[in-house]
Unconditional design. Structure first.
Lengths: 324, 114
Protein backbone atom coordinates (compact mmCIF):
# COMPACT_ATOMS: atom_id res chain seq x y z
CA UNK A 1 0.00 0.00 0.00
CA UNK A 2 2.78 2.42 0.96
CA UNK A 3 4.75 1.65 -2.20
CA UNK A 4 1.74 2.44 -4.39
CA UNK A 5 1.20 5.73 -2.57
CA UNK A 6 4.89 6.53 -3.03
CA UNK A 7 4.73 5.94 -6.75
CA UNK A 8 1.57 8.02 -6.98
CA UNK A 9 3.11 10.85 -4.98
CA UNK A 10 6.25 10.69 -7.09
CA UNK A 11 4.11 10.97 -10.23
CA UNK A 12 2.24 13.96 -8.87
CA UNK A 13 5.53 15.50 -7.78
CA UNK A 14 6.93 15.00 -11.25
CA UNK A 15 3.86 16.72 -12.68
CA UNK A 16 4.27 19.53 -10.20
CA UNK A 17 7.94 19.87 -11.03
CA UNK A 18 7.03 20.27 -14.66
CA UNK A 19 4.64 23.05 -13.65
CA UNK A 20 6.05 26.49 -14.33
CA UNK A 21 4.82 28.06 -11.06
CA UNK A 22 7.36 26.38 -8.72
CA UNK A 23 7.38 24.66 -5.35
CA UNK A 24 7.25 26.07 -1.88
CA UNK A 25 10.25 25.31 0.29
CA UNK A 26 7.83 23.53 2.64
CA UNK A 27 6.92 21.11 -0.13
CA UNK A 28 10.57 20.56 -1.02
CA UNK A 29 11.31 19.80 2.60
CA UNK A 30 8.27 17.50 2.84
CA UNK A 31 9.44 15.48 -0.17
CA UNK A 32 12.95 15.19 1.22
CA UNK A 33 11.77 14.15 4.66
CA UNK A 34 9.34 11.63 3.21
CA UNK A 35 12.12 10.14 1.07
CA UNK A 36 14.32 9.91 4.12
CA UNK A 37 11.56 8.19 6.10
CA UNK A 38 10.93 5.81 3.23
CA UNK A 39 14.58 4.84 3.03
CA UNK A 40 14.71 4.09 6.74
CA UNK A 41 12.90 1.34 8.58
CA UNK A 42 9.75 3.49 8.93
CA UNK A 43 7.65 1.71 6.24
CA UNK A 44 8.23 -1.62 8.03
CA UNK A 45 8.05 -0.45 11.63
CA UNK A 46 5.49 2.39 11.42
CA UNK A 47 3.28 1.66 8.39
CA UNK A 48 0.24 3.56 9.63
CA UNK A 49 2.21 6.75 10.25
CA UNK A 50 3.94 6.38 6.88
CA UNK A 51 0.59 5.97 5.15
CA UNK A 52 -0.66 9.13 6.84
CA UNK A 53 2.52 11.00 5.79
CA UNK A 54 2.05 9.81 2.22
CA UNK A 55 -1.57 10.96 2.26
CA UNK A 56 -0.59 14.42 3.49
CA UNK A 57 2.23 14.70 0.94
CA UNK A 58 -0.12 13.59 -1.80
CA UNK A 59 -2.59 16.30 -0.74
CA UNK A 60 0.22 18.85 -0.70
CA UNK A 61 1.26 17.81 -4.23
CA UNK A 62 -2.31 18.16 -5.45
CA UNK A 63 -2.53 21.58 -3.84
CA UNK A 64 0.74 22.48 -5.54
CA UNK A 65 -0.58 21.23 -8.85
CA UNK A 66 -3.72 23.32 -8.64
CA UNK A 67 -2.22 26.43 -7.00
CA UNK A 68 1.55 26.44 -6.68
CA UNK A 69 3.03 27.80 -3.47
CA UNK A 70 -0.39 28.40 -1.99
CA UNK A 71 -1.10 28.61 1.70
CA UNK A 72 -2.87 25.27 1.42
CA UNK A 73 0.16 23.63 -0.22
CA UNK A 74 2.53 24.99 2.40
CA UNK A 75 0.28 23.98 5.31
CA UNK A 76 -0.19 20.47 3.97
CA UNK A 77 3.55 20.16 3.20
CA UNK A 78 4.38 21.27 6.76
CA UNK A 79 2.03 18.70 8.21
CA UNK A 80 3.42 16.02 5.87
CA UNK A 81 6.97 16.79 7.00
CA UNK A 82 5.99 16.49 10.63
CA UNK A 83 4.13 13.25 9.98
CA UNK A 84 7.13 11.75 8.17
CA UNK A 85 9.31 12.75 11.12
CA UNK A 86 6.80 11.10 13.47
CA UNK A 87 7.01 7.91 11.38
CA UNK A 88 10.81 7.92 11.67
CA UNK A 89 10.62 8.51 15.44
CA UNK A 90 8.07 5.72 15.89
CA UNK A 91 10.19 3.33 13.86
CA UNK A 92 13.21 4.17 16.04
CA UNK A 93 11.16 3.58 19.16
CA UNK A 94 9.95 0.19 17.91
CA UNK A 95 13.41 -0.98 16.93
CA UNK A 96 14.75 0.09 20.32
CA UNK A 97 11.89 -1.78 22.02
CA UNK A 98 12.76 -4.92 20.07
CA UNK A 99 16.40 -4.64 21.04
CA UNK A 100 15.42 -4.19 24.66
CA UNK A 101 13.17 -7.25 24.45
CA UNK A 102 15.96 -9.34 22.92
CA UNK A 103 18.37 -8.17 25.59
CA UNK A 104 15.87 -8.90 28.35
CA UNK A 105 15.12 -12.33 26.88
CA UNK A 106 18.84 -13.06 26.86
CA UNK A 107 19.09 -11.85 30.46
CA UNK A 108 16.15 -14.04 31.48
CA UNK A 109 17.69 -16.99 29.68
CA UNK A 110 21.01 -16.47 31.37
CA UNK A 111 19.36 -15.90 34.73
CA UNK A 112 17.45 -19.14 34.19
CA UNK A 113 20.62 -20.96 33.19
CA UNK A 114 22.40 -19.59 36.24
CA UNK A 115 19.46 -20.65 38.43
CA UNK A 116 19.41 -24.14 36.91
CA UNK A 117 23.17 -24.44 37.31
CA UNK A 118 22.93 -23.21 40.89
CA UNK A 119 20.14 -25.69 41.63
CA UNK A 120 22.12 -28.50 39.97
CA UNK A 121 25.26 -27.74 41.91
CA UNK A 122 23.18 -27.39 45.07
CA UNK A 123 21.62 -30.78 44.39
CA UNK A 124 25.06 -32.16 43.69
CA UNK A 125 26.37 -30.64 46.88
CA UNK A 126 23.41 -32.05 48.74
CA UNK A 127 23.89 -35.52 47.31
CA UNK A 128 27.61 -35.19 47.85
CA UNK A 129 26.90 -34.13 51.39
CA UNK A 130 24.69 -37.16 51.78
CA UNK A 131 27.38 -39.43 50.36
CA UNK A 132 29.87 -37.92 52.73
CA UNK A 133 27.52 -38.43 55.66
CA UNK A 134 27.03 -42.05 54.56
CA UNK A 135 30.78 -42.63 54.33
CA UNK A 136 31.28 -41.03 57.72
CA UNK A 137 28.63 -43.28 59.21
CA UNK A 138 30.35 -46.33 57.75
CA UNK A 139 33.66 -45.00 58.98
CA UNK A 140 32.27 -44.53 62.48
CA UNK A 141 30.86 -48.07 62.39
CA UNK A 142 34.17 -49.47 61.22
CA UNK A 143 35.96 -47.52 63.93
CA UNK A 144 33.61 -48.90 66.55
CA UNK A 145 34.14 -52.44 65.25
CA UNK A 146 37.88 -51.95 65.20
CA UNK A 147 37.78 -50.60 68.73
CA UNK A 148 35.79 -53.62 69.83
CA UNK A 149 38.19 -55.98 68.05
CA UNK A 150 41.07 -54.11 69.57
CA UNK A 151 39.57 -54.58 73.00
CA UNK A 152 38.97 -58.27 72.34
CA UNK A 153 42.57 -58.67 71.15
CA UNK A 154 43.83 -56.85 74.22
CA UNK A 155 41.84 -59.20 76.38
CA UNK A 156 43.20 -62.19 74.46
CA UNK A 157 46.72 -60.87 74.76
CA UNK A 158 46.27 -60.39 78.47
CA UNK A 159 44.85 -63.89 78.80
CA UNK A 160 47.78 -65.31 76.85
CA UNK A 161 50.18 -63.39 79.01
CA UNK A 162 48.51 -64.69 82.11
CA UNK A 163 48.70 -68.21 80.71
CA UNK A 164 52.30 -67.74 79.83
CA UNK A 165 53.02 -66.55 83.35
CA UNK A 166 51.16 -69.55 84.74
CA UNK A 167 53.04 -71.88 82.37
CA UNK A 168 56.34 -70.30 83.31
CA UNK A 169 55.48 -70.86 86.94
CA UNK A 170 54.55 -74.44 86.14
CA UNK A 171 57.78 -74.88 84.21
CA UNK A 172 59.78 -73.46 87.07
CA UNK A 173 57.91 -75.69 89.46
CA UNK A 174 58.55 -78.70 87.22
CA UNK A 175 62.20 -77.81 86.89
CA UNK A 176 62.41 -77.47 90.61
CA UNK A 177 60.62 -80.77 90.91
CA UNK A 178 63.00 -82.41 88.47
CA UNK A 179 65.99 -80.98 90.25
CA UNK A 180 64.61 -82.22 93.48
CA UNK A 181 64.07 -85.66 91.99
CA UNK A 182 67.52 -85.69 90.48
CA UNK A 183 68.95 -84.46 93.75
CA UNK A 184 67.07 -87.12 95.63
CA UNK A 185 68.19 -89.74 93.19
CA UNK A 186 71.75 -88.60 93.41
CA UNK A 187 71.47 -88.64 97.15
CA UNK A 188 69.88 -92.05 97.01
CA UNK A 189 72.53 -93.35 94.68
CA UNK A 190 75.36 -91.71 96.56
CA UNK A 191 75.56 -94.66 98.88
CA UNK A 192 75.36 -97.15 96.03
CA UNK A 193 78.21 -95.42 94.27
CA UNK A 194 80.49 -96.68 97.03
CA UNK A 195 80.39 -100.16 95.63
CA UNK A 196 78.76 -99.92 92.23
CA UNK A 197 79.34 -98.07 89.00
CA UNK A 198 76.39 -95.91 88.11
CA UNK A 199 76.06 -94.59 84.61
CA UNK A 200 73.32 -92.90 82.73
CA UNK A 201 73.05 -94.67 79.38
CA UNK A 202 70.61 -94.60 76.55
CA UNK A 203 68.97 -97.80 77.76
CA UNK A 204 68.47 -96.21 81.19
CA UNK A 205 70.30 -95.81 84.47
CA UNK A 206 72.80 -98.67 84.68
CA UNK A 207 74.08 -99.87 88.05
CA UNK A 208 76.99 -102.24 87.48
CA UNK A 209 78.33 -104.43 90.26
CA UNK A 210 81.24 -106.85 89.91
CA UNK A 211 80.28 -110.51 90.21
CA UNK A 212 82.95 -111.01 92.92
CA UNK A 213 81.06 -108.67 95.27
CA UNK A 214 77.86 -110.65 95.01
CA UNK A 215 78.75 -114.26 94.35
CA UNK A 216 81.37 -116.90 94.96
CA UNK A 217 83.15 -118.21 91.93
CA UNK A 218 80.84 -120.29 89.74
CA UNK A 219 78.01 -119.86 92.23
CA UNK A 220 74.66 -118.12 92.00
CA UNK A 221 74.00 -117.71 95.72
CA UNK A 222 74.28 -114.20 97.11
CA UNK A 223 77.05 -113.68 99.63
CA UNK A 224 75.93 -112.21 102.99
CA UNK A 225 77.84 -108.94 102.44
CA UNK A 226 76.19 -108.76 99.03
CA UNK A 227 72.77 -108.77 100.64
CA UNK A 228 73.60 -105.72 102.67
CA UNK A 229 74.78 -103.92 99.58
CA UNK A 230 71.75 -105.00 97.61
CA UNK A 231 69.61 -103.69 100.48
CA UNK A 232 71.05 -100.30 99.89
CA UNK A 233 70.48 -100.74 96.17
CA UNK A 234 66.87 -101.68 96.86
CA UNK A 235 66.41 -98.62 99.08
CA UNK A 236 67.94 -96.41 96.44
CA UNK A 237 65.72 -97.95 93.76
CA UNK A 238 62.69 -97.17 95.90
CA UNK A 239 63.79 -93.57 96.12
CA UNK A 240 63.93 -93.37 92.36
CA UNK A 241 60.19 -93.14 92.39
CA UNK A 242 57.26 -95.32 91.41
CA UNK A 243 56.68 -96.88 88.04
CA UNK A 244 60.34 -97.72 87.33
CA UNK A 245 61.09 -100.99 85.57
CA UNK A 246 64.23 -102.95 86.27
CA UNK A 247 66.19 -105.24 84.03
CA UNK A 248 68.80 -107.44 85.79
CA UNK A 249 71.49 -108.69 83.41
CA UNK A 250 74.10 -111.20 84.32
CA UNK A 251 77.39 -111.21 82.35
CA UNK A 252 80.43 -113.48 82.38
CA UNK A 253 83.85 -113.51 80.86
CA UNK A 254 84.72 -115.82 78.00
CA UNK A 255 86.15 -118.70 80.13
CA UNK A 256 84.04 -121.76 79.92
CA UNK A 257 81.38 -122.70 77.42
CA UNK A 258 78.88 -120.20 76.18
CA UNK A 259 76.02 -122.37 77.42
CA UNK A 260 77.51 -122.65 80.87
CA UNK A 261 78.03 -118.92 81.01
CA UNK A 262 74.49 -118.23 79.96
CA UNK A 263 73.15 -120.61 82.66
CA UNK A 264 75.32 -119.08 85.31
CA UNK A 265 74.63 -115.53 84.40
CA UNK A 266 70.93 -116.21 84.24
CA UNK A 267 70.92 -117.90 87.67
CA UNK A 268 72.82 -114.97 89.16
CA UNK A 269 70.47 -112.43 87.61
CA UNK A 270 67.52 -114.34 89.02
CA UNK A 271 69.09 -114.38 92.46
CA UNK A 272 69.41 -110.66 92.43
CA UNK A 273 65.88 -110.33 91.12
CA UNK A 274 64.43 -112.50 93.85
CA UNK A 275 66.29 -110.58 96.49
CA UNK A 276 64.99 -107.24 95.20
CA UNK A 277 61.43 -108.56 95.05
CA UNK A 278 61.81 -109.68 98.63
CA UNK A 279 62.79 -106.14 99.41
CA UNK A 280 59.61 -104.68 97.93
CA UNK A 281 60.15 -104.31 94.21
CA UNK A 282 57.08 -105.28 92.26
CA UNK A 283 57.61 -108.59 90.45
CA UNK A 284 55.91 -107.30 87.35
CA UNK A 285 58.42 -104.50 87.16
CA UNK A 286 61.59 -106.51 87.27
CA UNK A 287 63.03 -108.87 84.69
CA UNK A 288 66.13 -110.99 84.91
CA UNK A 289 68.15 -112.21 81.94
CA UNK A 290 71.45 -114.01 81.49
CA UNK A 291 73.65 -112.60 78.77
CA UNK A 292 76.50 -114.96 79.20
CA UNK A 293 79.74 -113.89 77.57
CA UNK A 294 77.94 -112.23 74.73
CA UNK A 295 78.30 -108.63 75.84
CA UNK A 296 81.73 -108.00 77.17
CA UNK A 297 82.76 -104.54 78.21
CA UNK A 298 86.45 -105.27 78.11
CA UNK A 299 88.99 -107.56 76.46
CA UNK A 300 88.91 -111.11 77.73
CA UNK A 301 92.62 -111.53 76.95
CA UNK A 302 93.82 -110.21 80.32
CA UNK A 303 92.76 -110.74 83.95
CA UNK A 304 91.62 -107.17 84.43
CA UNK A 305 89.44 -107.27 81.40
CA UNK A 306 87.96 -110.58 82.39
CA UNK A 307 87.20 -109.25 85.86
CA UNK A 308 85.38 -106.33 84.33
CA UNK A 309 83.31 -108.60 82.15
CA UNK A 310 82.17 -110.64 85.13
CA UNK A 311 79.37 -108.38 86.31
CA UNK A 312 75.70 -107.88 87.08
CA UNK A 313 73.91 -104.91 85.60
CA UNK A 314 70.73 -103.42 86.95
CA UNK A 315 69.14 -101.24 84.23
CA UNK A 316 66.52 -98.84 85.52
CA UNK A 317 64.07 -97.53 83.00
CA UNK A 318 61.86 -94.63 84.09
CA UNK A 319 58.18 -95.01 83.48
CA UNK A 320 57.16 -94.28 79.87
CA UNK A 321 55.84 -90.81 79.44
CA UNK A 322 52.29 -91.39 78.39
CA UNK A 323 50.79 -88.68 76.33
CA UNK A 324 47.35 -88.05 77.74
CA UNK B 1 -20.67 42.37 10.78
CA UNK B 2 -19.44 39.23 12.40
CA UNK B 3 -22.93 38.04 13.23
CA UNK B 4 -24.01 38.55 9.68
CA UNK B 5 -21.04 36.61 8.47
CA UNK B 6 -21.75 33.89 11.01
CA UNK B 7 -25.35 33.52 9.84
CA UNK B 8 -24.17 33.53 6.28
CA UNK B 9 -21.68 30.84 7.12
CA UNK B 10 -24.38 28.67 8.59
CA UNK B 11 -26.38 28.91 5.43
CA UNK B 12 -23.37 28.54 3.15
CA UNK B 13 -21.84 25.69 5.08
CA UNK B 14 -18.34 27.18 4.96
CA UNK B 15 -17.79 28.35 8.45
CA UNK B 16 -14.13 27.87 8.96
CA UNK B 17 -13.04 31.45 8.91
CA UNK B 18 -15.85 32.64 11.14
CA UNK B 19 -15.91 30.06 13.98
CA UNK B 20 -13.65 30.67 16.98
CA UNK B 21 -11.23 27.72 17.03
CA UNK B 22 -11.81 26.87 20.68
CA UNK B 23 -11.88 23.17 19.85
CA UNK B 24 -8.64 23.31 17.99
CA UNK B 25 -7.10 25.31 20.85
CA UNK B 26 -8.14 22.73 23.42
CA UNK B 27 -6.92 19.93 21.13
CA UNK B 28 -3.46 21.38 20.63
CA UNK B 29 -3.14 22.17 24.36
CA UNK B 30 -4.03 18.57 25.08
CA UNK B 31 -1.36 17.39 22.65
CA UNK B 32 1.22 19.58 24.41
CA UNK B 33 0.25 18.01 27.76
CA UNK B 34 0.69 14.54 26.27
CA UNK B 35 4.13 15.56 25.02
CA UNK B 36 5.06 16.93 28.46
CA UNK B 37 3.93 13.71 30.12
CA UNK B 38 5.96 11.66 27.62
CA UNK B 39 9.03 13.52 28.87
CA UNK B 40 9.59 15.73 25.85
CA UNK B 41 11.24 18.38 28.02
CA UNK B 42 14.01 15.92 28.86
CA UNK B 43 15.10 15.12 25.30
CA UNK B 44 16.85 17.73 23.18
CA UNK B 45 15.05 16.97 19.92
CA UNK B 46 11.66 16.57 21.58
CA UNK B 47 12.09 19.73 23.65
CA UNK B 48 12.65 21.76 20.48
CA UNK B 49 9.31 20.74 18.99
CA UNK B 50 7.58 21.10 22.35
CA UNK B 51 8.79 24.68 22.50
CA UNK B 52 7.62 25.30 18.96
CA UNK B 53 4.21 23.88 19.77
CA UNK B 54 3.83 26.11 22.81
CA UNK B 55 5.03 29.12 20.81
CA UNK B 56 2.53 28.49 18.09
CA UNK B 57 -0.29 28.11 20.61
CA UNK B 58 0.64 31.54 21.99
CA UNK B 59 0.73 32.91 18.45
CA UNK B 60 -2.70 31.42 17.80
CA UNK B 61 -4.13 33.10 20.86
CA UNK B 62 -2.88 36.46 19.60
CA UNK B 63 -4.40 35.71 16.22
CA UNK B 64 -7.72 34.79 17.87
CA UNK B 65 -7.65 38.05 19.78
CA UNK B 66 -7.37 39.77 16.41
CA UNK B 67 -10.25 37.72 14.99
CA UNK B 68 -7.91 36.01 12.49
CA UNK B 69 -9.52 32.64 13.03
CA UNK B 70 -8.33 31.05 9.80
CA UNK B 71 -4.70 31.81 10.53
CA UNK B 72 -5.22 30.80 14.12
CA UNK B 73 -6.69 27.49 13.05
CA UNK B 74 -3.80 26.70 10.73
CA UNK B 75 -1.32 27.76 13.43
CA UNK B 76 -3.00 25.48 15.95
CA UNK B 77 -2.95 22.61 13.43
CA UNK B 78 0.81 23.03 13.09
CA UNK B 79 1.22 23.30 16.85
CA UNK B 80 -0.68 20.03 17.30
CA UNK B 81 1.59 18.22 14.86
CA UNK B 82 4.68 19.69 16.50
CA UNK B 83 3.43 18.42 19.86
CA UNK B 84 2.74 14.96 18.39
CA UNK B 85 6.27 14.91 16.98
CA UNK B 86 7.65 15.95 20.37
CA UNK B 87 5.75 13.05 21.93
CA UNK B 88 7.04 10.57 19.34
CA UNK B 89 10.61 11.82 19.79
CA UNK B 90 10.31 11.64 23.59
CA UNK B 91 9.01 8.06 23.38
CA UNK B 92 11.79 7.08 20.99
CA UNK B 93 14.40 8.57 23.32
CA UNK B 94 12.90 6.69 26.24
CA UNK B 95 12.87 3.41 24.29
CA UNK B 96 16.50 3.89 23.26
CA UNK B 97 17.50 4.57 26.88
CA UNK B 98 15.65 1.45 27.96
CA UNK B 99 17.41 -0.62 25.27
CA UNK B 100 20.79 0.78 26.31
CA UNK B 101 20.01 -0.10 29.92
CA UNK B 102 19.04 -3.68 29.03
CA UNK B 103 22.15 -4.08 26.89
CA UNK B 104 24.29 -2.77 29.72
CA UNK B 105 22.82 -5.41 32.03
CA UNK B 106 23.59 -8.11 29.46
CA UNK B 107 27.17 -6.86 29.09
CA UNK B 108 27.60 -6.75 32.87
CA UNK B 109 26.34 -10.32 33.19
CA UNK B 110 28.66 -11.48 30.40
CA UNK B 111 31.59 -9.78 32.09
CA UNK B 112 30.74 -11.38 35.46
CA UNK B 113 30.32 -14.89 34.06
CA UNK B 114 33.66 -14.69 32.33
Amino acid sequence: MTRRILIHVAAVALMAACATSGTSRELVEARATFARANASGAPAEAPASMAEAARLLQAAERANASDARSMRERQLAYLATRQAQIAIAEANARVAKKDAELARAALARRANEALTAAEASKAEATSEGERRAEIERELAETRTKLAEKGQALDQQTQQLRDRETALQAELAALRGERERVVHERDAALAQVKEFAKIQEEKRGLVITMPAEVLFRVDEATLLPPARAKLEEVAAALQKLGPGQTFMIEGHTDSRGTAEYNVRLSKARANAVREFLISRGVEPGKIIASGRGEAEPVAENTNPEGRANNRRVEIIVTPPAVSVK
Amino acid sequence: MRRAMWLGCLLAGACATVRVPTGELAESRAQVRVAEQAGAAGDADAALYLMRARQQIDDAQVLIAHDRYGDARRTLERAGMDAKLATALARAASARADARDAQRQVDELKARVR
